[in-house]
Write a protein that binds this ligand. Structure first.
Ligand code: SF4
Length: 326
């Protein structure tokens, strides 16, 4: 089986106690069956601590009153790693922030924007894909091989278009939006030849007030999100927000969304929701970056990470953005 990932995939290493936004705080972390059984077999004081910190009915770590994982120590290091070793982590802790998708004999993976270190890598790294052979895993097969090849070819064209800095990003987004509509017709007709993306000279644009108000109607995961959005909206004076300083970050984010979501079309025959998720996310992030007034990688990757946590951690929010206006 082929495992395909962005070339920066192996650059990711959790920065643990240096992370400002530890992913072991604020979530109930589920434990997979295999690891749960291993934890039950651990003896001694640490075994007792494990058993008393796990919800036995629905195996998960019981967070403390402030929402911290019970094994996250005062130095923000993981006591399971320190006592049992890194190979004893449950699947979620072991994989986070990596994500995976299976398409027959191809497995794709990446690192998610919701982690502060991953976000820094995604925004700042050039994108290319690398492949390696891995041993076979249980997988879902796309029903239509032609459709899969068609989507792969269309995705390559979208990557190239987004990477071409001679095409202003606002224009690229508008053209890719139009391209998505064309792809949808092709999928409907079943004639699987991916055309080139055409330049229309149009710029992608949304009503800023409306899209920010819409953002405020979504499920809220962090208490800081709404005040942050409201203050950004208040300080906005109508300036352009597709600016040179953040262009590279936004292109990389656009490619991230296309790589992570677009091929899912093979399982539902839908194109526009995945295009919409990318264009709207990039539009909102362009607005937030520009209004942050600090275009450093550190600040922009922090904003992108917070956006991703609010949106990508909630299926409801991903769906709301994907279907916004369509
Ligand atoms: S958010 Fe990322 S860098 Fe921070 S603790 Fe989690 S995995 Fe590590």
């Amino acid at each position: 089986m082929i495992f395909r990932v962005p070339s920066y995939y192996d650059d990711f290493h959790c920065i643990a106690d240096k992370c400002k936004d530890n992913c072991c705080i604020g979530w109930e972390i589920d434990i997979d069956d295999k690891t749960f059984k291993k934890y039950l077999s651990v003896g001694g004081d640490f075994g007792e601590r494990l058993k008393s910190s796990i919800n036995m009915e629905n195996p998960s770590f019981i967070p403390d009153k402030s929402g911290r994982c019970p094994f996250l120590n005062k130095d923000n290091l993981c006591d399971i790693i320190l006592n049992l070793g890194e190979d004893k982590l449950c699947d979620i802790c072991n994989n986070h922030p990596r994500y995976f998708e299976w398409f027959g004999n191809i497995k794709e993976g990446g690192i998610g924007l919701s982690c502060e270190e991953a976000s820094r890598i995604i925004l700042s790294s050039s994108f290319s894909l690398i492949e390696k052979e891995i041993k076979d895993e249980e997988t879902e097969y796309p029903d239509e091989e032609n459709l899969f090849d068609f989507l792969l070819s269309a995705r390559e064209k979208i990557f190239s278009y987004l990477s071409d800095e001679n095409i202003p990003l606002e224009n690229a987004l508008a053209d890719i939006y139009e391209y998505g509509l064309i792809l949808e017709d092709i999928v409907f007709d079943g004639d699987f030849n991916a055309p080139e993306i055409k330049s229309s000279g149009k710029k992608f644009s949304l009503d800023t007030d409306k899209i920010i108000d819409f953002l405020l109607t979504l499920e809220k995961l962090s208490p800081e999100w709404e005040p942050y959005i409201l203050s950004t909206k208040k300080s906005y004076k109508g300036e352009d927000f597709f600016i040179r300083e953040t262009d590279k970050y936004l292109r990389n984010i656009a490619i991230y969304f296309i790589f992570r979501y677009f091929l899912k079309s093979v399982y539902d025959d839908e194109i526009m929701p995945y295009i919409n998720l990318m264009t709207i996310s990039v539009f909102i992030l362009a607005f937030l970056f520009a209004n942050g007034k600090d275009f450093s990688l550190e600040t922009c990757s922090e904003i992108a990470k917070n956006f991703s946590k609010e949106i990508e951690y909630s299926e409801e929010n991903v769906e709301a953005i994907s279907y916004y206006g369509i």
